[in-house]
Design a binder for this molecule. Sequence first.
Ligand SMILES: [Cu+2]
Length: 74
Amino acid sequence: MEFTNTTDMWHPVHLHGHTFQLGATGPRKDTVIVLPGSTVTCDFEADNPGQWLVHCHNVHHGESGMMGLFAYTT
Ligand SMILES: [Cu+2]
């Protein structure tokens, strides 16, 4: 999973229903700060099929549309 921030603001991006790992040996998290103009790559285990929200944890940004659906089946 890859998050790319093309804005000039930082965004704490949160995925529901899962945790993910940053890099090969990084920490497991469910929220990652994506800095302006940067891309963060995460590995996650697809062990919780369904429909999950992925959104910016800055409520103002989430309510303004930085919210999407992350979905997969078994
Ligand atoms: Cu944001």
